[in-house]
Write a protein that binds this ligand. Sequence first.
Ligand code: DWN
Length: 405
Amino acid sequence: MPCRICQRSLELVCDFGRMPIANRFVTADEFAGEYFFPLRLTWCPHCTMVQLAEQPPAEAMFHGAYPFFTGSSRRMQEHFATLAATLQTTWLCGRGNPFVVELGSNDGTLLQHFAQAKIRHLGIEPSANVAALATQRGVATTTEFFSDAAARHILAQHGPADVITMSNVLCHIAPIHEVFAGFATLLAPEGVVVIEDPYWPAVADQTAYDQIYDEHLFYFSLASLTALAQQHGFVVIAAEPQWTHGGSMRYTLARPGTHAMQPTVATVHTHEQEYGIATAAWHRDFGARCAASREQLRSTLEQLAYSKSSVMGYAATSKSTTVLNYCGITTDWLPAICDTTPLKQGKFSPGAHIPIIPAERFHSEPPDVALLFGWNHAEEILAKEQSFTAAGGRWLLYVPTVHLR
Ligand code: DWN
């Protein structure tokens, strides 16, 4: 497979082995028919885009029983409330009857703020169950994948969009050029595209290899996103680091000459150059650190089992699927994972088949050690689980390094 952005040859960064669909939690009678694919991370030495060598079909990943809800974290709700306010004050103020479009609008966590403010909006969400939740909240939502054809249809119905936004969505999409064609069709002449995604240098720097799974096809940096945007006649006018998902970047794109470029672009660009993210050595080093982290986590879990300490996983994140399968973790070391999502409870984790139990069981049967798969929510989770820690419970983390605390 050549680079999806510039069509030149890709180089292997790390082979994570056979992997199931990260968000397809299964029942026992589904074990035999589980979908597996080779999870291999590559990078393009020409345009610098980091990407999976292959990805399962979109319909296998995003379906009518998609079990991730943006609103499942209190701090993420706050983040999206702030983003909504920022979009309004920065890009919509002074525009008559503005129109906001969100791709992958999930349960409407962001767009509900526009609905409440009676601002014209439209969410585009391919997973019917989460889209239905957004509709119940009064968020105008259509259940489909975004494409240039969809953009033409929306343009005819609603007119051009002043803001097209998406958070943790663009990095999931294989027909990415089709999506950019849709931006060009739908965006008003002076409109902006606001994109948030995990920031590849932050992922690599923290050895957060669990961000690598089927849904995450692309791993953007400013350099690689700029190369992509330029192909479609857009420039990046702002690049602002975010705390979300362990380190993300918010990129604002516009048509050349319509808005001034913010100083943040030069700052991030300089940082990426100094950091050397466009070198083969930097990528090789990441691959080596993933393998070392796996061995450390395996040996820590082995020691805990040997000392008869009970361990429970905390939060059945998509990321946990990579950790469990890459590290070969079984129920011998991890008998269960607790999670707040009813759609996951009572099922088994993809591939490794660890039982998912309700979050309440963490309180009624606290383990000696909690393996924190939701490490990106550590601040929120550790604050609400203070009594576990106060009673002597310990947390096992693996980002940025494997450690007990
Ligand atoms: O890009 C993506 C990001 C934004 O969200 C997706 N491809 C899917 C998803 O990834 P994730 O599953 O790794 O997301 P989170 O937000 O790290 O984890 C969510 C899971 O954690 C849910 O199953 C709920 C659970 N959780 C919990 O059990 N207790 C979360 C919190 C905050 C908690 O206190």
